[in-house]
Write a protein that binds this ligand. Sequence first.
Ligand SMILES: *[C@@H]1O[C@H](CO)[C@@H](O)[C@H](O)[C@H]1NC(C)=O
Ligand SMILES: *[C@@H]1O[C@H](CO)[C@@H](O)[C@H](O)[C@H]1NC(C)=O
Ligand SMILES: *[C@@H]1O[C@H](CO)[C@@H](O)[C@H](O)[C@H]1NC(C)=O
Ligand SMILES: *[C@@H]1O[C@H](CO)[C@@H](O)[C@H](O)[C@H]1NC(C)=O
Ligand SMILES: *[C@@H]1O[C@H](CO)[C@@H](O)[C@H](O)[C@H]1NC(C)=O
Ligand SMILES: *[C@@H]1O[C@H](CO)[C@@H](O)[C@H](O)[C@H]1NC(C)=O
Ligand SMILES: *[C@@H]1O[C@H](CO)[C@@H](O)[C@H](O)[C@H]1NC(C)=O
Length: 422
Amino acid sequence: MGMGMGMGSLKILMMLLLLIESTIFTESSHRSKQKKADGYGDINVFNVISFGAIGDGTTDDSKGFKQAWDVACNSSTASSPTVLVPQGRTFLLQPLTFNGKSCTTSNYITFQIDGKIIAPSKPSAWECKPNCDHWISFRKCDGLLIQGSGSINGQGSKWWRISCKNKKKACPSRKPTGFVIADSNNVEMRGIRFEDSPKMHISFERSTLVHANNLTIKAPSNSPNTDGIHIQHSTNVSIHNSIIQTGDDCVSIGNGAKYINITNIKCGPGHGISIGSLGINGKTEQVEYVHVRNVSFHGTTNGGGHGHARNITFKHITSHASTHPIVIDQYYCPHKHCKNQTSAVEISNVRYEDIKGTSGRRIAVQLSCSESTPCTNILMKDISLRNKDQNDDTSSICFNAHGFTNSRVEPNVPCLQKHDHL
Ligand SMILES: *[C@@H]1O[C@H](CO)[C@@H](O)[C@H](O)[C@H]1NC(C)=O
Ligand SMILES: *[C@@H]1O[C@H](CO)[C@@H](O)[C@H](O)[C@H]1NC(C)=O
Ligand SMILES: *[C@@H]1O[C@H](CO)[C@@H](O)[C@H](O)[C@H]1NC(C)=O
Ligand SMILES: *[C@@H]1O[C@H](CO)[C@@H](O)[C@H](O)[C@H]1NC(C)=O
Ligand SMILES: *[C@@H]1O[C@H](CO)[C@@H](O)[C@H](O)[C@H]1NC(C)=O
Ligand SMILES: *[C@@H]1O[C@H](CO)[C@@H](O)[C@H](O)[C@H]1NC(C)=O
Ligand SMILES: *[C@@H]1O[C@H](CO)[C@@H](O)[C@H](O)[C@H]1NC(C)=O
């Protein structure tokens, strides 16, 4: 997790490095009002080149992009306006916000990215001092389709070398999130490739009905805090059919996330799927109705606040020698000097089903819940986690967790009751 973790001591940590055989990328789109990528000569297509963008990889093209957006978003034609980033060129952008607030078009806007978009190559070249919170962001949009065969590269390698750890206060040059969708509704993202963000690649914030499909997100496995997709204060978000290989969580689910579906993600290298940082700073927060299927995961929940994490399902997961295939840990401490305090964040109704493969360590299942807020209704069905070392077996750690397992759970989890109809 790349987030500032507080003094809290609650964690659900579930790690699985997976090999997912799934190659079926055939889901039909969620939205009917869609436009094909053709029609470049369309009167309603606003090519950034026509607005002064050069695309030579060195000139700052931010103005051309901004102007194309402003015109598209006030287009009065009947069909949906398209901002086109053409193929075969590389556009350099400084931090930039596309705001939908004052748009007058009654249609959704398509952002067709077929070319390359890159960030300034070193932190000192970013025009956002002292703090750079984000690179590209879309705000207050209602009806937005971002698609194409292009790529968005945050050129983060020089940011990664700036260490913000071991500093008590916020790092003076806060690292930017690559791509933000905030305060928006009805957003669909398809086909785009994201690379080398300075920090997390994509963040969905305070938004509803967001669908991401067929994305590729890549950064080196040793790049710090480069989560693939982060979700917070957002509802009805789905992420399907994507490849995510980064230095941190493939998907991290934070405060206020509800109705989240994650399926068919090839995750790894990377830490998996995390549920984390709940209720930090004493706020009441919740995460509910999260479904993770055919995906690798690594989940963390921590925080010293109030709230709950519940109605969470992990299903059809394959682990390949992951160090902690299943962990819920309310005593988790990301720093050296946490107090052993119990948290008021409740964890309940968490279902693990059809989880198979190998564990890199002997302890394959760890449920460490606190005495004051035990974990309730933890269900485990059809779990088979063997030691990657074939000569050794696996075991579990289990306290203050309540719930049920069926008889096909290996290793045995003694604090859960046996029940054959789950
Ligand atoms: C769109 O048009 C409205 C009304 O004329 C104007 O207030 C607004 O600034 C325009 N938006 C953009 C992004 O140009
Ligand atoms: C996924 O995106 C890539 C790159 O844009 C594209 O070539 C491919 O056709 C897309 N696949 C599907 C099933 O849409
Ligand atoms: C998530 O999946 C469930 C069951 O497959 C479905 O009922 C629900 O509508 C989906 N929600 C979203 C946000 O995609
Ligand atoms: C979000 O998904 C839930 C569950 O599928 C559904 O009941 C609800 O109506 C959806 N909300 C919106 C705004 O579509
Ligand atoms: C998920 O995996 C399961 C078992 O591996 C398979 O039966 C199912 O079809 C997969 N679902 C999707 C949507 O690919
Ligand atoms: C969600 O979790 C709560 C508390 O654990 C439980 O009472 C409720 O029945 C669950 N809802 C569903 C739809 O599973
Ligand atoms: C925290 O306190 C609990 C209950 O007193 C104890 O069982 C546990 O070992 C302690 N954990 C740590 C990390 O000190």
